[in-house]
Design a protein around this ligand. Structure first.
Ligand code: NIG
Ligand code: FE
Length: 391
């Protein structure tokens, strides 16, 4: 058995309310014991176990918190769209139409290029404190390219999502219903072994709620689990469709009606907010307060993709959420860790409790508040995944 004891932690965020009654489950002057890749014990330094410790690490008063669970990324693609970003910053608005240019480049890219690029982005995410990523397809948009994108995603994470219904590709411009048939039939059949989740971009310029329902139900019938991109660009039926189908998460949710909030409040569906997209499309940030008042579970994720949010950095996302969306620092940290785990319906990650995966980060800061208080500064000192130091 390998056992490592991290001592002299100035502030430990466990997300286990049993320690202090708060959502973050804070412990001051704490220690953390890791055995065989999982958390074996968390508590005050003064009560730390002393027997059979193979390795000791002195955290020198720094803050330790769970690794981020980034439950929404699009890491498999080729090329970038910096010119599109530039045009937006000069006044153009974001449309779903830009996705086509990434599709063209992705189809032409070799497997090796797509994999090495995704690994590069994953390394960037890990260096920023992320220990779990979900990855969507959605830049292949034909049977062969969706399949290989998901196969590549599956070599990186178990949280793979089929997003064949990202937009209608150009070759189906005049027969969009035929594309929906392709997604629900041969494409779904081909990607089934490689995807855990099914997603649809249900919004202006993408798919309407009727098509989205058909696609998600086809996926569910094949054993995939639903999640949905909804209400990013305007209000619509997407969020309520997500609730109707017991989606693990509705993502973006930037334009919510009272009926959406009402539906969410009686469901298990998590709302995943993606402020990187509002930042990068110069859109109005959603306000989290109505969601929290209705006791809705909220996650934060990066939405890393070349069009609407080209960042892997979860500390940046936390800073935006606190500064511009009325998250408290506590809620933002919880949403980026435990919230992400809930959006993936996982209970083995996102918190530092006995038996959970030992996925955590040591910050070069005395408190988690510094993540929003010191924006743009890399505070990550170490990152551990499954009990191994990776950064
Ligand atoms: O989540 N909204 C849909 N899909 C992506 C953006 C895709 C793109 O612009 O390439 C998103 O923001
Ligand atoms: Fe997305």
């Amino acid at each position: 058995m390998t056992s490592t004891l991290i001592t002299h932690i100035g502030q430990l965020v466990t997300n286990d309310p049993s320690h202090d009654g708060s959502k973050l489950g804070l412990i001051k002057e704490a220690a953390l014991l890791i055995e065989d890749g999982v958390i074996a014990w968390a508590g005050p330094d003064s009560q730390a176990p002393t027997h059979h410790i193979k390795k000791r690490i002195d955290a020198q008063g720094m803050c330790v918190l769970p690794g981020y669970v980034d439950s929404h990324t699009h890491l498999i693609f080729a090329g970038d769209r910096s010119n599109e970003f530039r045009a937006r910053m000069l006044g153009e608005s974001y449309t779903a139409g830009g996705i086509a240019s990434t599709v063209e480049k992705t189809r032409k890219a070799s497997d090796q290029l797509l994999l090495s690029h995704a690994q590069f982005l994953l390394a960037e995410a890990n260096a920023g404190g992320t220990t779990t990523v979900e990855i969507k397809s959605g830049y292949g948009l034909n049977v062969q390219d969706e399949r290989r994108c998901l196969e590549i995603a599956g070599s990186i994470t178990q949280e793979t999502t089929f997003l064949g219904a990202h937009v209608v590709p150009v070759e189906y411009k005049d027969s969009p219903k035929d594309y929906v048939d392709l997604v629900c039939g041969p494409m779904l059949e081909a990607i089934k072994p490689y995807a855990k989740w099914i997603d649809v971009f249900c919004d202006k310029g993408a798919f309407d709620a009727d098509d989205a329902r058909r696609i998600l139900k086809a996926g569910i019938a094949q054993g995939l689990l639903p999640r949905i991109h909804a209400n990013q660009l305007e209000q619509g039926q997407g969020v309520q469709l997500g609730v109707e189908l017991d989606a693990a998460s509705v993502d973006h949710a930037s334009h919510l009606s009272e009926a959406d909030i009402e539906a969410l409040s009686t469901s298990k569906t998590v709302v995943t907010l993606l402020p990187g997209a509002e930042f990068s499309t110069r859109s109005v940030y959603p306000d989290v307060r109505a969601l929290l008042e209705a006791s809705i579970t909220v996650a934060l994720a990066s939405d890393c993709n070349p069009g609407s949010s080209y960042t892997t950095n979860m500390a940046f996302i936390i800073a935006l959420a606190v500064r511009d969306m009325h998250f408290s620092p506590e809620q933002a940290i919880w949403s980026a860790t435990m919230g992400g785990a809930k959006a993936l319906r996982r209970d083995d990650i996102g918190h530092l409790v006995e038996g959970a995966r030992a996925d955590f980060q040591i910050l070069n800061a005395p408190s988690y508040i510094h993540l929003a208080y010191r924006p743009g500064v890399n505070l990550v000192e170490q990152v551990w995944q499954h009990g191994q130091q990776i950064i």
